[in-house]
Design a protein around this ligand. Structure first.
Ligand SMILES: [Zn+2]
Length: 418
């Protein structure tokens, strides 16, 4: 009964009832709490991996500090300055310090601009909120991590993960999924120097949102602030890893078909979705192929990702070793010219072969004399959990963010984490 009341309230606050829609600009009130083990509201996003140098600019007061020992230097503003690593030291502009990690921290509310080396030039700058942490990797390299409030991070993800003309309900559903995914990664990766990468390896993040998507991104973040996806696990109400991909192609995949984990109700797959068909208007995310990769190139790519794959020599042919319940390949066998073979999860194989060549594992494989061809492809991405194009397809039909999330994560609840 209480559950039913809360669900009604939830549906109401997410705008399913016309009376509530008028108040849509007000943040949603979700009357439940879940403990997600947050130690901080800041998420650590790896924006540059193992670089020797980058450029930074801050139009206001800032400090450079060693997180272990305190302030190293400060200034009233930092014009474009090179940050580099050499012989174990950090250099910022013309100042140099010996440290394992430095933080470059602008005054609250001041953004920090970053530009990285790109083909002999400096890339277009990207603006970040929060601050920049540079832990050493080697004597001459460092990682560059943006430490930023999670809500600001989610806004930066939305602006990169979605098209600017997507529906506001799509932005809201994506905000809840992106926030939950981030919190899950924060809880799982606490022992690491960063929680997520700024790329498709986690969620695409481009710093402070700009352009036409920014307004929708902020609206969605404000409206859903602190709201996450949870499920009733045997241990109680818990968040889960809200996987999502560009388009499922017609049916979602079980998480156990992608990773060595047990299925949980919201990620058990098998959700029939033809809403992502709308992607056809714009991209080859719903149906794709043929696409091909040469056996020589595939050999190199496999060896780079899986050093043990070198034992098979050059790739001779590819076979589907087993299929998932959904019918898509679950495991792929790679057979070398020396007769040896290696079996990989289809998703691992796909990422090694190239996520833009083999846009999903749901395809047919044709072995040619010099190339491997992928045909009759369905969907784009791993197909587990939320289908982004399907989410937009449903929003266009008038569905609300909460309804859309429940469709792709069956059995999930919207819960307030903070
Ligand atoms: Zn779909």
């Amino acid at each position: 009964m209480i559950r039913r009341f809360m669900l009604a309230l939830l549906v109401c606050v997410l705008g399913a009832w016309p009376a509530c829609r008028e108040r849509a600009e007000r943040p949603a009130q979700v009357p439940r709490q879940v403990h997600v083990g947050m130690r901080s509201r800041n998420i650590r996003v790896l924006i540059l991996s193992q670089v020797n140098e980058f450029q930074v600019r801050i139009d206001g007061p800032y400090v450079v500090r060693n997180p272990a020992t305190g302030v190293l230097g400060k200034g009233s503003e930092l014009p474009w300055s090179k940050v580099s690593r050499s012989t174990g030291d950090f250099t910022v502009g013309d100042r140099r310090w010996t440290a394992g990690t430095i933080d470059i921290v602008p005054e609250e509310g001041t953004r920090i601009l970053i530009s990285r080396p790109e083909g002999g030039k400096w890339s277009s700058p990207i603006a970040y909120a929060g601050f920049i942490r540079c832990p050493r990797r080697t004597a001459t390299t460092m990682n560059v991590i943006n430490v930023v409030d999670i809500e600001r991070y989610v806004a930066g993800v939305l602006a990169r993960e979605l098209y600017a003309d997507f529906q506001i309900e799509t932005y809201r559903a994506q905000a809840v999924a992106a926030r939950t995914y981030a919190l899950w990664q924060m809880a799982t990766n606490a022992h690491r120097a960063y929680d997520v990468r700024a790329t498709e390896a986690s969620q695409v993040y481009g710093g402070i949102p700009t352009g036409p998507a920014a307004r929708k991104a902020y609206d969605a973040v404000v409206h859903t602030r602190g709201i996450v996806c949870t499920w009733t696990s045997p241990q109680g109400e818990r968040i889960f890893c809200t996987y999502y991909s560009s388009a499922c192609g017609g049916r979602t995949q079980a998480v156990s078909d992608m990773l060595d984990v047990e299925d949980i109700t919201p990620l058990a797959g098998g959700v029939q979705c033809n809403y992502c068909r709308i992607a056809q208007r714009r991209t080859s995310a719903y149906r794709w192929g043929p696409a091909s990769v040469s056996k020589a190139e595939l050999t190199r790519r496999l060896a780079r990702r899986f050093p043990s794959a070198r034992s098979i020599g050059t790739v001779d042919r590819i076979e589907v070793a087993s299929r998932a319940k959904s019918g898509r390949p679950a495991r792929i066998r790679v057979i070398g010219t020396n007769g040896r073979q290696k079996t990989l999860r289809a998703e691992q194989f796909r990422l090694a072969a190239g996520a833009r060549v083999m846009r999903s594992s749901d395809c047919e494989i044709v072995n040619g004399p010099s190339h491997i061809q992928f045909t009759h492809g369905k969907g784009f991405g791993h197909g587990v959990g939320l289908c982004q194009w399907g989410m937009e397809g449903q929003a266009l039909l008038g569905r609300q963010a909460g309804q859309i999330l429940k469709f792709y994560y069956p059995g999930m609840h919207l819960t307030r984490a903070y």
